[in-house]
Structures are given as C-alpha cells and as structure tokens.
Design a binder for this molecule. Structure first.
Ligand code: GTP
Length: 248
C-alpha cells in the first residue's frame, strides 16, 4: 500500500466502482490490455486492504458496443445482449488480474452462465462483500435497453454502496464534450437535475434519475491517471461529484 493510502482513513465503507470497458483497451485498438487490467487490480487490492468493500460493474465497449451496432441496423435487443456478453469477458479478465495478486474475487452474472461464474443474487453479493471479496458484477442488468451505468446504479443501490465511482477516460463532467470543445469547462459538483436538464452526456438519464431517486452520489473521474482509482475509493476529491446540490 502507498504511504498516502496508509496515512488516510477511507471515507467509504462500501463503494461501487464502474469501470469503462473502453478504458481497458489502454494503448491498444481493441480488447483488454493486460497492463491496464493489472494496474486496476493493484489499485482495487490496495483499496480493499485499506478496509473498503469494493463491488465492480464493468462495461463492454472495448469488445462490443450494442448501441453502435443497433445504429447500423442490428436488432437493438440482440445487440444489447452481445454487449452484455462482452462485459462477462471483461469481468473475468478483472477477476484474473485480481486473483493473480491474491485478492479474492467473485464474478456474479445477471445472465445465468453457471459454468463460468455465479448467478447474481443480491444477498450473496452482500455476503461476499462482507467477507472482503471483490464482487465483479457482469452482464449489466440482464436486460436490453439498459446501459452499464444504469446497471451500476441499480447494483449500488441494491448492495447499499455509499457512492458510485465512475472510472472513465475523462476527468469529470464538462459543459460540452471536452474531446470536441477545447473550451469546455469541468464541473466540480453538479446536481442530478442540472445534469439531466442540460443533457450532459456523462451518464444516461435513466442512470441519473435512479441515482437521484435513491440519493446515490456519483463521482466521475479519470481512471487513466495512475493512482486515481485508489484516490477515488479512499474519498479524495477528484473529478466531478454528481449529487443533490446544484453546481458550486
Ligand atoms: P462462501 O459460501 O461464503 O464460503 O462463499 P464461496 O464463494 O467461497 O463458496 P462457494 O462454495 O459458494 O464457491 C466456491 C467457488 O465456486 C467460488 O470461486 C465461487 O465463485 C464458485 N461458484 C459458486 N457458485 C458458482 C456457480 O454457480 N457457478 C460457477 N461457475 N462458480 C460458482
């Protein structure tokens, strides 16, 4: 564990870490970069050693993006199921990287595939977390038409996480797309309703409204910066906090 992590009391007891599938690609064009998986695993292990219970929901955009396929004419539900299967591969890669460094991990799937992983059962997920295991939840919600951000929010509420930490390639929520608008401004904090009414695309409206209904804070941060996952899990103020209050 780093000195900084040792010196700090974690701000959270239980968190839901949402990992972007695309960020797993790292420097490559496609799939999973083992170095990225290893870097994520070592930070998650560090956070669990600091006493934080970590549940992970992982996306699948590095392998298959359902919405994009649907835009090219594929049946939306079929495309979404393919996207869900992509998240299972990512989840197994994360489990492998965590268990290589002896961090006990369970993969729970919303779509039954018992030969590969456990079925998602809420009470079992909570029990695994209480025992200090990292719980990787895959296959989204098991339903088409829902994003992995919505799955992450649902699971966070279900298992009683205190916060959703959305680890992505952007360092927060901006008032315009920072990859297209060089003058885009980053919010430090933003309210749920402001995010929805301004149609900011950091998260989809279903995920944000579910978080709002359950007063679940969301932190959006850049996972490509070394050490940021540990910082976010320990409660350091990075990225953008989405919550009940309006912009400060
Ligand atoms: P406890 O009951 O708390 O001891 O949890 P445990 O996960 O250690 O025990 P269990 O006997 O349930 O699981 C042992 C191993 O089998 C773990 O790696 C589980 O992830 C795995 N496992 C459990 N259920 C299933 C399943 O339905 N399918 C698959 N593929 N693996 C499973």
């Amino acid at each position: 564990m780093t000195d900084a992590a040792l010196a700090r009391q974690p701000a959270y007891r239980r968190v839901l870490l949402k990992l972007s599938g695309e960020a797993l690609t790292g420097a490559g064009q496609y799939g999973i970069d083992p170095d990225v998986a290893r870097a994520i695993a070592s930070q998650v292990a560090e956070a669990t050693q600091a006493g934080v219970e970590v549940a992970i929901v992982v996306g699948g955009g590095n392998i298959f993006r359902g919405l994009a396929a649907a835009a090219h004419g594929m049946d939306r539900a079929t495309a979404d199921y393919m996207g869900m299967l992509a998240t299972v591969m990512n989840g197994l890669a994360i489990q492998d990287a965590l268990e290589q460094i002896e961090c006990p991990t369970r993969v729970l799937s919303a779509i039954a595939m018992n030969e590969i992983c456990e079925p998602y059962i809420r009470r079992r997920a909570v029990r695994h977390l209480e025992k200090g295991r990292v719980v990787v939840m895959v296959a989204g919600t098991g339903n088409p038409y829902f994003t992995t951000d919505t799955a992450a929010t649902l699971r966070a509420v279900e298992v009683g996480a205190e916060v959703i930490l959305k680890a992505t390639r952007v360092d927060g929520v901006y008032d315009a797309d920072p990859e297209k608008e060089p003058n885009a401004q980053r919010y430090t904090r933003i309210g749920y309703t402001e995010l929805i009414s301004n149609r900011l695309e950091a998260l989809d409206a279903t995920a944000v409204s579910l978080a709002m209904d359950n007063q679940m804070p969301i932190v959006v941060f850049d996972m490509t910066r070394p050490g940021n996952i540990v910082r976010a899990v320990l409660g350091e103020q990075i990225g953008t906090l989405i919550g009940g209050e309006v912009t400060a």
